[in-house]
Design a protein around this ligand. Structure first.
Ligand SMILES: [Mg+2]
Length: 221
């Protein structure tokens, strides 16, 4: 298990609460293209690529235009409807303080990533965008990342697949049990708990066992 190395963070619902902007953008797409879209269903799949979500609502010939419509609305909505999740800035800072790089690895398209980060003033050391599932694992492996933090079961699978310790935060559409079942090594209540956990993770196995005792839903990394 790697302790040194970059730490990857998912973006949506891990570092930022982008749900209001995402839902507003889908509502705008539904109105503009006169298609009925169930926002609860969209919410349950949060974290996948836009192109994959679009495929649930539009036939193939219309999908490219629908994705373009979504992104056009999203970049206008993101500046006022994107919010920092508790502890996100401190989590990135704690990684840098340890001398490591804090990187964002997200399914979001670069066009949508930029206004989202700008809205909350987050400045990761590097951003890898438009990757999901095994693509995230490939990025993590290439970086020799020590940790991947995310809010979805797919993020946990990607973290493990990329050789990183998978850390789950239940700040999205999935609870601790779902993240643990997907392979999360650790579950934090939110990123507000990240700096303390990361300091222990960096300091050695004895301390990590101590953390597991306090985190019964997680497993010892
Ligand atoms: Mg996410």
């Amino acid at each position: 298990m790697r302790v040194a190395g970059p730490v990857g963070f998912d973006l949506d619902l891990t570092l930022i609460n982008s749900r209001p902007a995402i839902m507003a953008a889908w509502s705008a797409v539904a109105e503009e293209l006169e298609v009925s879209i169930d926002l609860d269903e969209v919410d349950r799949r949060m974290g996948i690529k836009l192109e994959d979500e679009v495929a649930y609502w539009f036939p193939a010939p219309a999908q490219s235009a629908a994705a373009a419509s979504y992104r056009r609305h999203y970049v206008q909505l993101a500046p006022t409807l994107t919010f920092l999740l508790p502890g996100a800035a401190e989590a990135l800072a704690s990684v840098r303080h340890a001398g490591e790089r804090a990187v964002v690895i997200t399914a979001k398209h670069p066009v949508s990533v930029e206004p989202s980060l700008a809205a909350v003033g987050l400045q990761p050391d590097e951003v890898f965008s438009h990757v999901h599932g095994p693509e995230k694992a490939a990025v993590l492996a290439r970086l020799s990342a020590a940790v991947y933090v995310g809010d979805t079961p797919a993020d946990m699978v990607a973290g493990l697949g990329g050789g990183a310790t998978a850390v789950g935060v239940p700040t999205g559409s999935f609870g601790p049990a779902e993240l643990t079942n997907a392979g999360a090594s650790v579950i934090l209540g939110s990123l507000a708990e990240f700096p303390e956990w990361y300091a222990r993770f960096r300091s050695g196995p004895a301390h990590r066992v101590g953390w597991a005792d306090r985190c019964p839903e997680g497993r010892t990394p």
